[in-house]
Every structure is written in structure tokens, then in C-alpha cells.
Ligand binder design. Structure first.
Ligand code: GLP
Length: 242
């Protein structure tokens, strides 16, 4: 039915170890790898494991570049629930990646179109994404590309679905954002490689739908069927019944 073949790992820990191994092997091929990084609970352990690699071999991440996949719009950048705060805490800070090797949407940018254009220009100047790490929303979103009748191809301001606004990252936000800034499917699909991580029983249903789905904007993750180099790692909990 599909070329998107999940690699089923026994546990979330094993999935995260395999993900970290893949990142490190790509970094050895290309030390200045541009990593596009998702946030949320799914990739956190993978990022922690990268810190272990860094401790063992500090030079490994000296040239790696990072691009933030998406951001909640209008949440102050300093708020602990932003994707920015997450990446600073779990990836950029621990690996010593400073502003000269990093770009990400500004959650408070007054002009969202100009902000999306700035990110697209930065990405073009950097030569494109080497590895895009993605999680999947329970409604099938990638980044903040939400299900709908159509998908804007490029980086854009997205109106968030109610279920997305209930994401645990936003639990402490006094007002949950209504919009997000996200790379579009074009930027995601132009990545040389994609790593999709799916873990936990809560993702079982959407994983089953993804594997059986035709390409449709009703399930943005289904666009991954079009990409020639996707690694889909999941744990047994998410794969059960698939
Ligand atoms: C949010 C993030 C996405 C992430 C998704 C899944 O929408 N903006 O980048 O992939 O949630 O999150 P989790 O891994 O916590 O389920």
C-alpha cells in the first residue's frame, strides 16, 4: 500500500537511540548539517541523547546548523511554552549552538509575512535542510501545517485547530495562541532527508491513518508519501495493530 515503512522499535528509548544514531551518522558525512528541529514531547529524548554524544565528543556539533520548524504566534518568546524556549533548553544550549548557526521564527514578529520571508531567505542562503526531524500531531499535522481543504505551500501563518491549541506545551499560557508560524510543506519536502518520529499509544490511530492514507491536505503528514528519503521510526506502542 505504501512505501512509508515504519521501523518499529521496542520502546520509545530504543526509537530515540536510533534517531540519535541517524543524526550522528549524517553529521559525520556532513559536519555542517542543517537540522530542522521539531519540538513537542516526541523528540526530547533524542535531543538528550545528542548531549551524551556531545559530552563524549565535543567537536561533533561544532558546525551543525539548526532551523526551528515552527512556533506559536504571539506567545512571548521568553514564555517557557514556546518552541524557542524548548529548543534553547533541549538542543541549542546543551550543544553550544549560538545565533550564528541558528534561525527560527520570532513569535512576536509584527508582520508575519515578512517573518516567513526572512526565514525562507535564510534557508535558501544556507542551501536547504539536510535532515528534517518531525513529530506528528494527533490530527495529522506536520509542524503547524494543519488539515484543511488546501495547504499554503511555503512558510506561513497558520490558523490552529482546537486540538492543536490544547497541546501540553501551552498548558501554562494565560491565553492559548490561535495561530502559529510554520515551515510549509514545500520547505519540508525539499529537505534532503526526513526523520518522522511517532511514539506512544496516543499516536496509534493517526499512524494507522497515515500509513493507509492517499496524499491529501486532510492529513498533511500524508505528503511524506511523496518524499524519496523518509525514515519513519516508531515505538511498539504506536505501532500496535498496524
Ligand atoms: C506541536 C509542534 C509540532 C509537533 C507536534 C507533536 O504541534 N508544534 O512541531 O511535532 O506538536 O507534538 P508531540 O510530540 O508533543 O506529540
Amino acid at each position: 500500500m505504501t512505501d512509508l515503512q515504519p521501523v518499529v522499535c521496542d520502546t520509545a528509548e530504543a526509537m530515540s537511540r536510533q534517531a540519535a544514531d541517524l543524526i550522528v551518522s549524517l553529521l559525520r558525512e556532513d559536519p555542517s548539517l542543517l537540522l530542522c528541529a521539531a519540538t513537542g514531547s516526541t523528540p526530547t529524548r533524542t535531543y538528550e541523547l545528542l548531549l551524551e554524544r556531545y559530552r563524549a565528543e565535543p567537536g561533533l556539533f561544532d558546525r551543525m546548523r539548526v532551523l526551528k520548524l515552527d512556533e506559536w504566534y504571539e506567545l512571548e518568546m521568553e514564555h517557557p511554552g514556546t518552541c524557542e524556549a524548548y529548543l534553547q533548553r533541549h538542543l541549542l544550549g546543551p550543544l553550544g549552538i549560538g545565533a550564528e548557526r541558528y534561525a527560527g521564527f520570532d513569535s512576536r514578529a509584527p508582520d508575519s509575512d515578512a517573518e516567513c520571508a526572512r526565514i525562507r531567505t535564510w534557508l535558501a542562503d544556507q542551501g536547504g535542510i539536510g535532515l528534517c526531524i518531525l513529530g506528528i500531531g494527533r490530527n495529522g499535522h506536520l509542524g503547524l501545517n494543519e488539515p484543511g481543504e488546501s495547504l499554503p505551500p511555503h512558510a506561513h501563518l497558520a490558523e490552529l485547530r482546537e486540538e492543536t491549541r490544547r497541546h501540553p506545551m501551552l498548558v501554562d499560557a494565560s491565553e492559548r495562541p490561535r495561530h502559529g508560524l510554520t515551515l510549509g510543506m514545500a520547505e519540508i519536502l525539499q529537505s534532503r532527508r526526513i526523520l518522522l518520529l511517532v511514539s506512544g499509544a496516543g499516536k496509534r490511530e493517526i499512524l494507522a491513518r497515515l500509513l493507509a492514507s492517499p496524499v491529501t491536505t486532510a492529513l498533511p503528514a500524508s505528503f511524506l508519501h511523496l518524499h524519496p528519503a523518509v525514515t519513519l521510526l516508531c515505538d511498539r506502542e504506536a505501532a500496535r495493530g498496524n
